[in-house]
Design a protein around this ligand. Structure first.
Ligand SMILES: Nc1ncnc2c1ncn2[C@@H]1O[C@H](COP(=O)(O)OP(=O)(O)OP(=O)(O)O)[C@@H](O)[C@H]1O
Ligand SMILES: [Mg+2]
Length: 328
């Protein structure tokens, strides 16, 4: 076969392979977009575990009509324009790939209206080259993305979908982490039309503890110790539990770096080390921790789904976390 440039849809489907693993990955990307758009209210509607329908509606800044086509194109983003921006990133997204990837493996419609534009417009991409069609629509300021029939054209991926209940549980767990990452954002989750979660915006301490209890359970809150520590550019805050609050599984281990949810080995190791002598081998620490670090000190571009980061001063960060928790 001679070398050839892949058709747009196929290239996007290949990119989707890294990022779009299951319905919960779609929800993650779309909710992160809503947060980046400054939304204070996000509604998530799921049908049949997300394989039938995922709809995310936000009250964020919206997208002007003449940018809708770009929003669905690969390598198009409003979040960075130079390498310097990437090295000091403040947004959750930066790859400019999520919408193109998701829309290549589903039937995606994006409807949006920015402030100052009288009408809303709807866009969807079709065909091999993913040509974008734009139509007039009705929508308040903000954006709605509807994703129907996820993986309808990628049977290999569809085969890996679990039951609706399992897929929905993944979405629910993901949104718990989102709820912990942004207490100021109202989040509603419905499954097959019924409200399953409603996280109200929390600004006071009481409201925050209420949301914390809603996500982690009241047992966690009862054993929780609030931590807050700063060292130079590094800040650690959140809640850890006394050894009495330890759990039989690792289900309450939430960690955020600059507002981004993490599954980071370095951080997990630092925390485990701090609890080493206090817990038995079959016990797991429970924690919700926020690490703030100068964005120049961390590389976020190391994992396609952004589950990991690389700290420039890894050792320092590790020891800071470990020491802070031991002290607390
Ligand atoms: N809910 C939304 N509200 C406003 N603008 C949005 C929304 N979702 C997407 N956009 C716009 O569409 C662009 C493309 O979104 P997409 O998620 O594909 O890429 P990204 O967020 O820039 O990067 P990444 O691939 O890392 O998520 C964004 O840069 C943003 O300008
Ligand atoms: Mg994005």
């Amino acid at each position: 076969m001679p070398i050839q440039i892949l058709p747009a849809r196929l290239a996007n489907q290949i990119a989707a392979g890294e990022v779009v693993e299951r319905p919960a990955s779609v929800v993650k990307e779309l909710v992160e977009n809503s947060i980046d758009a400054g939304a204070t209210r996000i509604e998530i509607d799921i049908d049949k575990g997300g394989s039938k329908r995922i709809r995310i509606r936000d009250n964020g800044c919206g997208i002007p009509k003449d940018e809708l086509e770009l929003a669905l194109s690969r390598h198009a983003t409003s979040k960075i324009s130079t390498l310097d921006d990437l090295e000091a990133i403040a947004s959750l997204g930066f790859r400019g790939e999520a919408l193109a990837s998701i829309s290549s493996v589903s039937r995606l419609t994006m409807t949006s209206r920015p402030e100052g534009q009288d009408e809303a417009w709807s866009a969807y991409a079709e065909g091999r080259e993913m040509a974008v069609t734009v139509k007039p629509a009705a929508h308040p300021v903000g954006t709605t993305i509807e994703v129907l029939d996820l993986f309808f054209n990628t049977p290999a991926r569809r085969k890996f979908l679990r039951t609706d209940k399992t897929e929905f549980t993944h979405i629910d767990e993901l949104l718990k982490r989102v709820a912990l990452s942004r207490f100021d954002v109202a989040i509603t989750l419905r499954h097959n039309g019924a409200v399953v979660r409603q996280y109200r915006p929390a600004s006071t301490q009481v409201q925050k503890e209420r949301r914390l209890a809603a996500v982690c359970g009241s047992a966690f809150v009862n054993h929780a110790v609030e931590v807050s520590l700063e060292h130079g550019d590094l800040k650690l805050s959140g809640w850890i539990t006394t050894p009495e609050g330890a759990r039989a599984q690792n289900d309450i281990q939430h960690c955020f770096v600059n507002g981004r949810m993490m599954k980071d080995k370095l951080i997990n190791h630092a925390i485990r080390q701090a609890y080493e002598n206090a817990l038995r081998a079959d016990q797991f620490a429970a924690y919700v921790l926020y690490i703030e670090v100068n964005p120049h000190e961390v590389d976020v571009n190391v994992h396609p789904a952004k589950h990991e980061v690389r700290f420039h001063q890894a050792r320092l960060v590790h020891d800071f976390i470990s020491q802070a928790i031991t002290d607390a």
